[in-house]
Design a protein around this ligand. Structure first.
Ligand SMILES: *[C@@H]1O[C@H](CO)[C@@H](O)[C@H](O)[C@H]1NC(C)=O
Ligand SMILES: CC(=O)N[C@H]1CO[C@H](CO)[C@@H](O)[C@@H]1O
Length: 787
């Protein structure tokens, strides 16, 4: 083709079937309005304690309805992107921009060096001109082990990169590549594979040995001058800047075994001092931005977490199709890839894939100006990350950022620029505020992305079939809940901050995008309505008070419609996004658990912070490392195992529902009015029943399981201490009534404060659901479980 410069480099398509979706959404909305009307017009009918419960139900349904309206912004206008990489290659053969890749690591025990260097090797091996590629590893632990591993990786890269290029292998993380099934290799490749695999294993052995001994061998120490920088190292929180250019991509001395250039490779541990706050990953990223500007100054920056390897060697070219598009490229600030995971089990027991978010919701955000920046798998333009404001009609010179050649040696360069990563450099500057990533928020990435969008830029969500980046997902319930607590807490803080999408974003970004941000920012306040809905209707069920319309009433219809439509849609959406039915069910459970524990803690912590207690009393347990944990993960057995205050809430709510359901059944049997109860309280029975069903794995962890992943007995003792006092006066009513219900959540040690009133229990070591059925309704019951 002679001249195709008028063809765009990427294309945007709207989702099919959006009319059908919009009809569905409108009908659901009408149903919600009817529910609200029903609640508003039927308050007066109650005279007793039911009134308060009723108003609470109204409040919860108002919240759910409004929140549902917000989520429509994520589904109303889905767009999909496609790139044309061959057009890019033809048009910009030798004029591709430099790309700087930042990999961040913070702890050599949680993030083992082998994991880190596999990620580094995978991004070094991108299919991209190596002289334009630079890889920076930021090590916030300042660990010489990680440095040693990186040094070894720089040697191995001299063999690995030529191998990848010659045989066009995928994926290019050696570990993932050797793990994948290798077939159809020709004789030549078989030989090369054997030798490169041998080198990899040798490297792995050396690194694992160093890790075991917790020190680097003497001979290795002598081999590289870089280790001398640890001479004055006192601790990970107190050391000088360590900056080491391991491969200088401009210098032929570092060429690979075939004589080709290797990408520049840099190790950085920024200065840490106890008296200076380091701002976590945002601080590390900002130090990298400054240091890299003096070494390679690539106009495009990719950042990935150290556990997230590149699964596609073409991803840089994909991203450039957006930035370099002649028509639209100049307004794009960042291109976000989804966060995908390689260790998800079939039915994804912890909902770790975030399937609906990455397959649906982010496409919806993209339709309104672009997705959130989620801190990994994201390509940025350097200038927008450094605070540049969008101006209409400006064009970009992609090659305008090169560094003047100074003629200094690597050592001189390192010495000259290491001050850029010092503790004091940022004092009295705009770093952490108008420049670079923002400080002071647990989700610094989201708030940074938002402020870039508020400066007039667009972002792009690119979600190709073959995933660009694969990370490791949480493998225990505790990790999952803690992670969501951090996310939801950070998002709530954004809403309350001066960069809130509501008041800061208004007028600066599309209203749909504001709504989209709000659905995430309002994750945590969901806890109240959800807790209410999972506690009160069940208690009222036991009490015999109906909170929903009867089956025979016309008002039953909107409830039935909304419940059915919402859930059927949710199943279809989940399956469409690639999930399984059981996966959807698991997702509902984790949805409930997140809302009743992580989000509650997030809100409570945020409130504590607002009133000035920055160290809240809720201390979240650390991760446990257990041999069998990953085995149980693979068997999709839910992992409890640690003592966490979140589990206490989860099990208390679960026990309460079991109690109410069993109690209600017992009453129905005693009184024999099945039909009456069913007709007046069908929805409450359904709700309580579903809550019990969804909690089955939890009951099993409380009572039946004997492995280490069961609920620790301390949690069981603390949590399952429900006091329910029943009115002894059955005289006037056909259905016995609960006069008061007291729930005790014991957060502290339980001690011996429990009261024994059920004479038959004391020697019980173990109470199961059948026993509960037996004791389900007594005139007075206090029960306690001891393992
Ligand atoms: C990762 O890449 C490989 C090819 O290298 C591909 O077969 C696989 O499907 C990719 N994984 C995902 C989750 O897309
Ligand atoms: C199913 C699967 O791949 N599980 C793996 C997830 O990642 C952890 C940690 O790397 C492994 O231990 C699991 O085997």
């Amino acid at each position: 083709m002679a001249n195709d410069s008028h063809f765009p480099l990427f294309e945007t398509k709207k989702a099919n079937g959006s009319i059908v979706y919009k009809l569905f959404a409108v009908s659901n909305f009408v149903g919600i309005i009817f529910i609200w009307v029903y609640r508003a017009t039927h308050i007066a009918g109650f005279t007793d304690g039911g009134k308060l419960g009723w108003i609470g139900m109204f409040g919860a349904e108002l919240w759910f309805g409004i929140y549902w309206i917000l989520t429509q912004a994520l589904r109303w206008n889905l767009v999909y992107r496609q790139t044309f990489k061959n057009r890019l290659s033809e048009r910009y053969k030798n004029d591709l921009p430099g790309v700087d890749i930042f990999v961040c690591t913070a702890d050599p025990t949680i993030e083992p060096p082998m994991l880190v260097i596999n990620t580094v090797l995978s991004v070094m091996a991108y299919d991209y001109p190596t002289e334009k590629l630079s890889v920076y590893l930021s090590d916030d632990a300042g660990s010489d082990l990680t440095f040693y591993a990186l040094l070894e990786a720089s040697h191995f890269a001299r063999h690995w990169l030529p191998y990848c290029k010659k045989f066009k292998v995928e994926p290019r993380s050696p570990e993932a590549y050797f793990r994948s099934e290798l077939s159809y290799l020709d004789a030549d490749q078989v030989k090369s594979l054997a030798s490169v695999k041998k080198l990899y294993e040798d490297m792995e052995k050396k690194i694992e040995l160093a890790k075991k001994l917790e020190r680097v061998s003497k001979s290795a120490l002598l081999e590289h001058r870089g280790f001398s920088k640890w001479d004055k190292f006192s601790s990970r929180g107190d050391h000088d800047t360590i900056l080491q250019i391991l491969i200088d991509g401009q210098d032929a001395e570092f060429n690979d075994i075939e004589g080709c250039r290797l990408p520049t490779l840099v190790y950085l541990a920024r200065e840490k001092r106890p008296q200076h706050f380091h701002n976590f990953k945002a601080g590390a990223m900002n130090a990298l931005i400054r240091v890299s500007s003096e070494i390679s100054n690539g106009p495009i920056i990719l950042n990935v977490d150290c556990d997230m390897y590149s699964n596609n060697s073409q991803s840089i070219r994909d991203a450039l199709c957006f930035f370099m598009d002649e028509e639209r490229g100049h307004e794009i600030a960042f291109v976000q890839f989804p966060q995908n995971f390689h260790n998800i089990t079939k039915n994804d027991i912890y909902g770790g894939t975030l399937r609906v978010i990455s397959e649906v919701e982010f496409h919806g955000l993209d339709g309104y100006g672009g997705p959130l920046y989620i801190g990994t798998g994201c390509f940025h333009r350097r200038d927008t990350l450094c605070g540049r404001i969008f101006t209409k009609g400006s064009t970009i010179k992609w090659n305008g950022n090169s560094i003047p050649i100074t003629g200094e040696s690597i050592q001189e360069l390192e010495e000259r620029i290491k001050g850029l990563a010092s503790c004091t450099f940022e004092e009295n500057t705009q770093w952490g505020n108008e420049m670079g990533l923002k400080y002071g928020c647990p989700v610094e990435d989201v708030i940074t992305g938002l402020s870039i969008q508020c400066r007039g830029w667009k972002s792009i969500y690119f979600n190709p079939k073959r995933k660009g980046f694969l990370g490791v997902s949480a493998t225990t319930l505790d990790q999952t809940l803690v992670q969501h607590k951090r996310w939801s807490e950070g998002d709530l803080q954004i809403l309350l901050s001066k960069y809130s999408p509501v008041w800061y974003g208004l007028g600066r970004i599309h209203f749909g995008l504001i709504m989209g941000y709000c659905t995430y920012c309002l994750w945590s306040p969901n806890c109240f309505a959800t807790l209410y809905y999972s506690i009160i209707p069940s208690l009222y069920l036991l009490k015999g008070i109906s909170l929903f319309p009867q089956i025979s009433s016309l008002w039953f219809l909107p409830f039935a419609y909304v419940i059915a439509a919402k859930n059927i849609f949710s199943i279809i959406e989940f399956l469409w996004a690639g999930g399984t039915i059981l996966g959807w069910w698991n997702e509902q459970r984790i949805w409930l658990y997140k809302r009743t524990s992580s989000y509650l803690f997030a809100v409570v912590d945020t409130i504590f912070k607002l009133v000035g207690y920055s160290n809240s009393s809720f201390i979240i347990s650390a991760k446990v490392a257990d041999q069998d944990v990953s085995q149980r993960y693979e068997q999709e057995k839910m992992e409890f195992g640690v003592t966490s205050p979140m589990f206490i809430i989860l099990s208390s709510v679960a026990m309460l529902n079991l109690f109410c359901l069993v109690g209600m059944l017992k009453k129905m049997m005693v009184i024999g009015e099945f039909k009456y109860v069913y007709e007046t309280m069908a929805l409450q029975i359904l709700l309580c029943g579903v809550l019990v069903l969804i909690n089955l794995p939890l009951y099993s962890a409380l009572f039946f399981r004997r492995d280490k992943g069961r609920m620790p007995s301390s949690v069981t003792v603390k949590s399952v201490k429900l006091e329910i006092e029943f009115d002894k006066d059955y005289a006037t009513q056909s259905v016995p009534e609960v006069s008061s219900v007291i729930l005790v959540f014991e957060m502290e040690t339980c001690g011996d404060r429990g009261r024994w009133t059920l004479g038959s229990i004391p020697n019980m070591k173990h109470i199961g659901p059948l026993d509960l059925l037996h004791w389900g309704v007594q005139s007075e019951l206090i029960f306690r479980v001891i393992r």
